[in-house]
Design a protein around this ligand. Structure first.
Ligand SMILES: [Zn+2]
Length: 214
C-alpha cells in the first residue's frame, strides 16, 4: 500500500487490507494521521456537500483515463486507485491549507473601504495586518475588471504629506494579497492606480480606487 492509497483510505473511511501495516511502517503517514482523520470527519459531514452529482467520481476517473497515456504495469495499483490517491492528497492539502489560512488570517488589525474614482464605479475593501516587516494587505474588489494587456493595477500607501509607497502590482482583484514595508498609521490613505507597464515606477495618476475614512 502506498502513502497515497493509505491516505485516500483514511479520508474515505475505508478499511482495506494493509491499513494498519502501512501505518506501523510509515512515519510520514503517522504524522498526518490525526489531521487526516479530522479531515475525514469533516468530509463525512453531509452539511459540507451541496449535492454533488452522483456520478461525479466516475466522470473524473473517466476523464483522467481518457487522457492518460501511461501503460498499466501488472501488479501496480490501477490508474483509478492512483488518481483517487492524488485526489485525496489534494483534498488533504486543501484542508491543511484552509487550517493554515485560518491561523494565518486572524481578524485584521484594520480595514478600509475603497470607493471607485474612475469612470466605472467599483468598490472594494482592504484588510490589513500589521507585521514586523510592515503590513500585509488583502484587497477585495470583485467589480474591478482585469487590467488590459500592457497595464497593471498598483496599490499604494500614501502619507498625509503625499509620500507614496507601492505594495505591488496585480491584474485582477477578486482577492489580492500584497505586502508593503510601511505601517498604515504613517501612510493612512490607500490608492489603487492603473499603471501602463512602461518602466516608469512612479504612480500614473490614474486612480481607480481610493480609501475613504481611516
Ligand atoms: Zn505512508
Amino acid at each position: 500500500m502506498t502513502c497515497n492509497e493509505w491516505r485516500a483510505a483514511i479520508l474515505s473511511g475505508d478499511h482495506p487490507e494493509g491499513l494498519d501495516g502501512h501505518l506501523a511502517a510509515c512515519v510520514e503517514c503517522r504524522r498526518l494521521a490525526d489531521d487526516l482523520r479530522s479531515a475525514a470527519d469533516l468530509l463525512a459531514d453531509p452539511l459540507l456537500w451541496e449535492e454533488p452529482p452522483p456520478d461525479l467520481e466516475d466522470r473524473i476517473v473517466e476523464a483522467v483515463e481518457r487522457t492518460a497515456t501511461e501503460p498499466e504495469t501488472p501488479g501496480a495499483p490501477s490508474l483509478r486507485a492512483r488518481w483517487l490517491g492524488l485526489v485525496a492528497a489534494a483534498v488533504v492539502v486543501a484542508a491543511i491549507g484552509g487550517a493554515w489560512l485560518t491561523t494565518r488570517n486572524p481578524a485584521p488589525d484594520w480595514t478600509a473601504t475603497m470607493t471607485g474614482t474612475g469612470a466605472t464605479p467599483t468598490a472594494g475593501t482592504v484588510a490589513g495586518w500589521n507585521t514586523e516587516s510592515g503590513t500585509r494587505v488583502v484587497l477585495e474588489a470583485p467589480g474591478l475588471d482585469p487590467a488590459e494587456p500592457g497595464y497593471a493595477y498598483e496599490l499604494w500607501f500614501a502619507s498625509d504629506e503625499g509620500a507614496v509607497v507601492s505594495a505591488g502590482t496585480f491584474r485582477a482583484a477578486d482577492t489580492v494579497e500584497l505586502t508593503v514595508g510601511v505601517a498604515r498609521r504613517d501612510y493612512p490613505t490607500i490608492v489603487v492606480t492603473l499603471e501602463p507597464l512602461d518602466g516608469d515606477p512612479r504612480p500614473s495618476g490614474t486612480a481607480v480606487l481610493r480609501s475613504t475614512g481611516t
